[in-house]
Design a protein around this ligand. Structure first.
Ligand code: UT7
Length: 334
């Protein structure tokens, strides 16, 4: 067979799943919690500035890999495969089970899924862009022919790194997990991906502390310059969306659903407006789970698929932006 006659391999989404911890914390709940420390906030402020009404917090002892397990089991079931069919597990997280991030939470997840086929497993650390980064990584493994079935999970327990004395951040984030199984196909699935980083902006969204001589040096809490992140986010999200559209030779009007990182409704609206995509074509779930970092896109995707909003054959533009600074996008035919 000549090069031209070799069938192209694509990566397609076979199934999705998601999970939110049982403890739902409304804006009223968090307002009451902060008031006990004399810190003022309100449902009105949180909802009008971010679009968030509630978030979920993991129970004591409930780890990122536990959330990931529930989402992964649902995605594997939806894909109609056995967990031992997987060739690779990628877990996007900034809140791994263990300090220092090892063993990787992907390895912990592999064990919790009772996979004994020796498949590869690693974490991707790109903060809120982690899921979009992972889609790009997995797509390349599939298109190269190296792997046939890959589990990608975005899972976070940000509640553990929130400073409840900092009202500018603690009201925004939540815990959760979303997962997809992608598989090799001769039918187009992932059409284009792009990922970027600019480390010169690393201080505007970070956890500044580090382990030193067995102790914590600095703060283990998330810190953020919200306005700086906001401005950069709207700019790079439009750029990276245009980049994948050009790569796939498509236009914004070809997009059935924009599924952005769920951080702030105003960022989502701003990006959609710049792209000329109507708000009725944007999947929005931020009101129910707040900013779940790497979990937010697969949570939104799974919610939209299970509610019947997203249908097979539709074109989806997923994009994320986060600490690092990182940003990435994937254009997918579902
Ligand atoms: O996932 C990674 C990406 N992260 C993001 O995308 C987050 C991006 N940034 C944002 O979403 C927004 O910047 C925020 C939602 C974080 C903040 O919205 P903002 O409109 O930029 O508000 P601000 O930071 O300019 O604060 C406005 C006011 C300040 O008071 P003064 O200085 O005007 O008196 C804040 O102290 O709101 C005050 N404020 C609050 N008030 C009540 C800040 N946090 C709160 C709060 N409740 N929780």
């Amino acid at each position: 067979m000549t090069q031209n006659m070799t069938p192209r391999i694509y990566a397609r989404i076979l199934g999705t799943g998601s999970y939110l911890p049982a403890n739902k914390v409304t804006n009223a709940d968090i307002t009451e919690k902060l008031a006990k420390d004399g810190i003022e906030t309100s449902d009105e402020w949180i909802f009008s500035r971010s679009g968030i009404s509630a978030r979920h917090f993991a129970a004591d002892g409930e780890l990122t890999s536990d959330l990931a397990l529930k989402a992964a089991e649902r995605a594997i079931e939806a894909a109609g495969i056995d967990a031992n069919d997987l060739d690779l597990i990628i877990l996007a997280t900034s809140t791994p089970d263990n300090l220092g991030g090892f063993p990787s939470s992907a390895c912990v997840l592999q064990d919790k899924l009772k996979i004994n086929n020796g498949c590869a497993a690693f974490d991707v650390q790109a903060v809120c862009s982690g899921f979009a980064y992972s889609l790009a990584v997995a797509d390349n493994f599939i298109r190269s022919g190296m792997y046939q079935k890959i589990l990608i999970v975005g899972a976070e327990t940000f509640s553990r790194i929130l400073n409840f004395k900092d009202r500018g951040t603690c009201v925004l984030f939540g815990d959760g997990a979303g997962a997809v199984v992608i598989g090799a196909s001769d039918e187009p699935g992932i059409l284009a991906t792009a990922m970027h980083a600019d480390g010169s902006h690393r201080d505007i969204l970070c956890v500044p502390g580090r382990a030193d001589n067995g102790a914590l040096e600095g703060s283990a809490f998330l810190t953020m310059d919200g306005q700086a992140v906001f401005k950069l986010a709207v700019k790079v999200l439009e750029q990276v969306a245009q980049e994948v559209l050009e790569k796939a030779n498509m236009k914004p009007e070809n997009i059935d659903w924009l599924i952005p990182h769920q951080a702030n409704i105003r960022i989502m609206e701003g990006t959609a407006k710049k792209l000329g995509i109507g708000l009725d074509h944007v999947v929005v779930t931020v009101q129910d789970h707040g900013n779940t970092s790497a979990a937010s896109i697969p949570l939104a995707l799974d919610t939209a698929i299970r509610s019947g909003q997203v249908k097979r054959g539709q074109h989806l533009l997923m994009e994320g932006v986060g600490g690092g600074f990182t940003w990435a996008a994937a254009l997918v035919r579902y």
